[in-house]
Design a protein around this ligand. Structure first.
Ligand code: SF4
Ligand code: SF4
Length: 169
């Protein structure tokens, strides 16, 4: 039909003319990020406020950038104490592989996107420091596969360091 394109174009123009603004007055207004948004790695805690991390090292092995470090001491009773769980946020590509590898849901990709700091030395942070690791036997393994390890074709029994360490202990 002659003029159909013209009418369609005008309809689109009118729709956008009457639509409300979709921008936000940041920093006074902030967007609610979708659930799957990935920002900095963040530790999670149980109901009692204790970290869920068992110091199993799975996340350390999973990180392609080698920017997670866990300094752990083991007591005579085999319980573990996390001295430092260090995260080099400035080098993180926010791939989420560490979160996927964690058998205990002890870390997640946070939604805080205001990560600017004044100095480069502030880009390396302690996710956890001077806290007891959660006992492996009492920690509830997360009900999820480990896609990173599966996609790499690694045998699932070999790629479950938490369970392996639990049996070692
Ligand atoms: S999100 Fe990716 S790059 Fe960042 S710490 Fe985790 S595994 Fe490493
Ligand atoms: S429990 Fe999770 S966060 Fe803690 S060392 Fe193991 S994989 Fe990393």
């Amino acid at each position: 039909m002659w003029g159909k394109g013209l009418i369609t174009g005008l309809a689109i123009t009118m729709r956008n003319l009457l639509r409300g603004p979709i921008t936000l007055k940041y920093p006074f207004e902030k967007a609610d990020l979708p659930e799957r948004a990935r920002w900095a790695v963040t530790p999670t805690y149980d109901e009692a406020g204790a970290p869920k991390c068992t110091a199993c090292m799975a996340c350390i092995r999973a990180c392609p950038d080698n920017i997670l470090e866990l300094e752990v001491t083991t007591r005579e009773d085999k319980s573990k104490h996390i001295e430092h769980y260090t995260y080099e946020i400035g080098a993180c590509m926010m791939c989420g592989l560490c979160v996927e590898a964690c058998p205990f849901d002890a870390i997640e990709m946070g939604h805080d996107y205001e990560l600017a700091v004044y100095g480069a030395d502030e880009l390396t942070v302690d996710l956890l420091a001077d806290v007891d690791a959660a006992p492996v036997k009492r920690a509830k393994p997360a009900d999820k596969p480990a896609p990173a390890e599966k996609s790499a074709g690694i045998d699932s029994e070999k790629s479950a360091p938490a369970e392996k360490e639990a049996t070692d202990d």
